[in-house]
Design a binder for this molecule. Structure first.
Ligand SMILES: C[S@@+](CC[C@H](N)C(=O)[O-])C[C@H]1O[C@@H](n2cnc3c(N)ncnc32)[C@H](O)[C@@H]1O
Length: 187
């Protein structure tokens, strides 16, 4: 994102594709503000969080976390982007949260939304069989703009799975800027 901003990008469309309770979305927005500066340095940021489970999405929309969920979070990050609220919870910064929307979506179905610049597909492919991984990756590929980036979880890989991404570095893949023919199974 730093590189994209340096290249002049004025807006970012981000997709947290297995968003669960929204913790990942909060982390993405915090890191983006750390990298780009307060208010993302004047850039427009839209984050879509999706999950198949409507219950976790309800939690994501409130973005209130119990103390144990923030136990590994640096204290200065907690001080800056969270505030204690009733019920022994910490509420995520509403200014940043307004960049995020959450809706139900099954990764095995096509995504209908304007193209994304970045897709975060963390810790969900590991639950899928090979055919489902390929199906989900095909939908994610179509949802990205050419040149857009996909990141998967650290313990995940795409080895042996047919896909159309270019391997960039561990956990990072790119949709080629120019469409390529055929599917590549290599990482
Ligand atoms: C382990 S959590 C990952 C949360 C987050 N991405 C992270 O890395 O912290 C996996 C999430 O994937 C969601 N999930 C499982 N199957 C899915 C599917 N077919 N489509 C969308 N989400 C799915 C689950 O509901 C769960 O919230």
């Amino acid at each position: 994102m730093r590189a994209a901003a340096a290249a002049g990008a004025r807006s970012f469309r981000l997709w947290s594709a297995a968003a669960s309770n929204g913790a990942e979305a909060c982390t993405i927005l915090i890191v983006l503000e750390q990298v780009l500066g307060r208010g993302f340095g004047g850039r427009t940021v839209e984050l879509l969080g999706t999950d198949v489970n409507e219950q976790v999405l309800a939690a994501a929309r409130t973005a209130c976390f119990r103390p144990y969920a923030l136990a590994q979070t640096p204290p200065d990050v907690v001080r800056t982007w969270f505030r204690p609220v009733a019920g022994d919870r910490f509420e995520f910064d509403r200014r940043l949260l307004q960049c995020a929307t959450f809706r139900q979506h099954n990764l095995l179905a096509p995504m209908t939304a304007p193209a994304f610049d970045f897709v975060f597909l963390h810790n969900v492919l590991l639950y899928f069989d090979a055919a489902s991984k390929e199906r989900a990756l095909g939908h994610v590929h179509r949802a990205l703009r050419p040149g857009g980036m996909l990141t998967v979880g650290e313990s995940e890989h795409l080895l042996g799975v047919a896909h159309r991404f270019t391997y960039v570095r561990p956990s990072w893949f790119q949709k080629p800027a120019v469409a390529s023919c055929g599917a590549a199974g290599a990482e």
